[in-house]
Design a protein around this ligand. Structure first.
Ligand code: CP
Ligand code: NVA
Length: 300
């Protein structure tokens, strides 16, 4: 059987995604109850990080440890990748030493090349185009709080970025409506919107996206690698800060999500993200449980 990779959510079918979310909820209860689940004993995960991370690094590393395996952190500064060794060669070598490779990088095409040359599963831990691991956690969090997301409306407020692209893929797999509110020039990938036009709609203001939304999600206005555009983006995204006033337009029981890190007073108001019933901390915690389920799916 050929090696399974997880470069985007679409590497899973609908049932597999549902199963991974269900298993994540189960593994979470094992963790809480202290039930041993060393399902990845002696397995090793290599983690290539070409961009910064707190949640992704710690959740993968802790997850491997909790499942009886281990993880190795690799950055370009400390490996030959930073001195120009081709990623294809790195993929071939790592494949002979570890059981899976996690990659956070810039161009999506680069992780595709790594997967082409890897004989072990490659996991996308964020590229400029997608962040599928975050969606596993977001969808787990929604399910835990509100049940099945099928048929619901989700509002994406802000940049049509890697997170937004993964929400589009989630809408396709889990069958929900996605309304993206973004300023002109910040739309998600046109080909992705086109191939999902039956369930993805682009609007120009948050006020147009929010009515009927059961989930409101946002992200930073300038992603990693776009730091130079920050000032221009702050201007262009005026009116897109998810505030209590905007949240009041959504469904009464709407959840607010943010993949973090967040900028209070930019894409989200402090009183929304820090509300007593905010689920963002649980959403972050679920990275751990969801990725443990993913690792089990890919490695066992
Ligand atoms: N949400 C997320 O991926 O966080 P990190 O950048 O801290 O890994
Ligand atoms: N869109 C953000 C997500 C960070 C987790 C970025 O790529 O920087």
């Amino acid at each position: 059987m050929s090696t399974r990779h997880f470069l985007s959510l679409l590497d899973l079918n609908r049932q597999e995604l549902r199963d991974i979310i269900g298993r994540a909820i189960e593994l979470k209860s094992f963790q809480v109850q202290g039930t041993s689940h060393e399902l990845l004993k002696n397995k090793v995960l290599a983690m290539i990080f070409e961009k910064s991370s707190t949640r992704t690094r710690v959740s993968f590393e802790a997850g491997m440890e909790q499942m009886g395996g281990s993880a190795i952190f690799l950055s370009p500064q400390d490996t030959q990748l930073g001195r120009g060794e081709p990623v294809e060669d790195t993929a071939r070598v790592l494949s002979r030493m570890v059981d899976a490779i996690m990659v956070r990088t810039f161009e999506h095409e680069k992780i595709q090349r790594i997967a082409d040359f890897s004989t072990v599963p490659v996991i996308n831990a964020l590229t400029d185009d997608y962040h599928p691991c975050q969606l596993l956690a977001d969808m787990q969090t929604y399910q835990e709080h509100r049940g099945d997301i099928q048929g619901k409306t989700v509002a994406w407020i802000g940049d049509g970025n890697n997170m937004c692209h993964s929400y589009i893929n989630a809408a396709r797999l889990l069958d929900f409506e996605l309304v993206v509110a973004c300023p002109e020039g910040y739309e998600p990938m046109p080909s992705l919107v086109e191939s999902n036009k039956d369930r993805v709609k682009i609007v120009r203001t948050p006020e147009q996206a929010l009515p009927g939304a059961s989930l409101v999600s946002t992200d930073v206005w300038a992603s990693m690698g776009q730091e130079d555009e920050r000032l221009r983006r702050m201007k262009d995204f005026e009116g897109f800060e998810v505030s209590l006033e905007l949240m009041s337009i959504a469904s009464e029981d709407a959840l607010f999500m943010h993949c973090l890190p967040a900028h209070r007073g930019e894409e989200v108001s402090a009183n929304v993200i820090d509300a007593p019933d905010s689920v963002v901390w649980e959403q972050a915690e679920n990275r751990l449980h969801a990725q443990k389920a993913l690792l089990e799916f890919l490695m066992c």
